[in-house]
Every structure is written in structure tokens, then in C-alpha cells.
Design a protein around this ligand. Structure first.
Ligand SMILES: N[C@@H](CCC(=O)N[C@@H](CS)C(=O)NCC(=O)O)C(=O)O
Length: 198
């Protein structure tokens, strides 16, 4: 059996991979790193991931980094979990969404509130178009829903949304919160303790 070890910090980007591991239902080990104690910058961790970032997933000891890479691996390795539709165009949409989430949405808040609100409005509009074809971003539930949810879960309060804005994102968030894999992840990570900046 493949050995999986997830380096995480509660509530951070690694939460998406933690949710996917619970969705897939395979055994895995968690190693939690403290931002407050600078553990992502320790020589031991930098030897595993020179970028000093979580998530880092060890697959039989080999490191895999970046949320999108880890989610893609878990979905492909465990097709029975149905976390990625099989057809080429849907997979290209998954890459498109996860690139947009990682490169545009994730860094947006650092560029100011107004910029963040603008890009999240694009995300909300794009999500509204996607949901016209089903309950989830790609029609069927997938790793894209997990990636998008984790970032909105983290960012929604600091976006200071006016009432009635981000309607598609909030509806998606509520649906995600019903999933046992999401509930188990939040339970496990809150038990370790959040150290996220406000
Ligand atoms: N592009 C990366 C971003 C990962 C990332 O920014 N991780 C942050 C937490 S959200 C981190 O590990 N920061 C620790 C540090 O920079 O020391 C991904 O998608 O995985």
C-alpha cells in the first residue's frame, strides 16, 4: 500500500488536500507545522520542500507540492472516489479553475481589498455559469470544488462582502459544509488549533 504523509498547517492551503484525503478514504499520516514557530522554515522541512510551503504530500517518501498537484494526484490515483470527471474537456476545465484559484484568487488579498473583491466577483460570476450545468463546478463533484471551497472558507470574512454579494460562492460553501469529509477535516484541524492571521 502507498504510504501518504501530509504536512499541513490548520486552515491553510493544505486543508484542501486534507479534505481530499478524507474524500478518498485511504490511511494517511498528518504532520502539523506551526507558522508561529516558523516550522515551515526549518532546515528539516526545507530539505523536503525548498519553498517551505504546505501542503507537502509525501508519497512513499517522495514529496509532492502545490494544492493543485496534490489534488490531481489523489483524484487520478483513486478513480473510485470520482473526484475528477474522465472526459478531456472537463479535465481541462479542472486545470483552468485550479490555475485561476492558485494564481489569481489566492494572492489577491495581498494586493488590497478592492482588488480581492474584484477577482472574487469574477469567481462568483464564473461559478454561476458553471452551476448552470449541475450542482458542482464541473457538473459532478470534483477536486475543483474542494480547492475553491477552501480558499473561500478562508477569505470570505476578510473580503467584507456587502449583503447579497458572492451568492453563488456562499451557496457552494454551504453545500460543501454538508460533506462529511469537510466536517472531519475541520474537526481534526481545529483540534490541532488554528494559527492563521486575522
Ligand atoms: N501555490 C501554493 C501556495 C501554498 C502556500 O502559500 N502555503 C502557505 C500557507 S497558505 C504556506 O505554507 N506558508 C508558509 C510559509 O510561507 O512559510 C499551493 O497552491 O500549494
Amino acid at each position: 500500500m502507498t504510504s501518504l504523509v501530509l504536512y499541513l498547517s490548520p486552515g491553510s492551503s493544505s486543508m484542501a488536500v486534507h479534505i481530499a484525503l478524507h474524500e478518498v478514504g485511504v490511511p494517511f499520516e498528518v504532520r502539523s507545522l506551526s507558522f508561529a514557530r516558523n516550522e515551515t522554515r526549518s532546515p528539516a522541512f526545507l530539505a523536503i520542500n525548498p519553498a517551505g510551503k504546505v501542503p507537502t504530500l509525501l508519497i512513499d517518501g517522495r514529496p509532492l507540492t502545490e494544492v493543485a498537484g496534490c489534488l490531481f494526484y489523489l483524484a487520478k490515483r483513486h478513480p473510485e472516489a470520482k473526484l475528477l470527471p474522465a472526459d478531456d474537456e472537463a479535465q481541462a476545465q479542472a486545470v483552468s479553475w485550479m490555475s485561476f484559484i492558485a494564481s489569481t484568487l489566492h494572492p489577491a488579498r495581498r494586493q488590497g481589498l478592492e482588488h480581492a473583491q474584484q477577482v472574487w466577483q469574477i469567481a462568483d460570476h464564473r461559478l454561476g455559469q458553471a452551476l448552470a450545468d449541475g450542482d458542482w463546478v464541473l457538473g459532478a463533484y470534483s477536486i475543483v470544488d474542494i480547492h475553491l471551497f477552501r480558499l473561500f472558507w478562508r477569505m470570505s470574512k476578510s473580503l467584507n462582502p456587502a449583503p447579497g454579494t458572492f451568492g453563488h460562492l456562499f451557496a457552494h460553501y454551504e453545500k460543501m459544509m454538508q460533506r462529511p469529509a469537510v466536517q472531519r477535516t475541520i474537526e481534526a484541524e481545529s483540534a490541532i488549533g488554528y494559527e492563521l492571521p486575522a
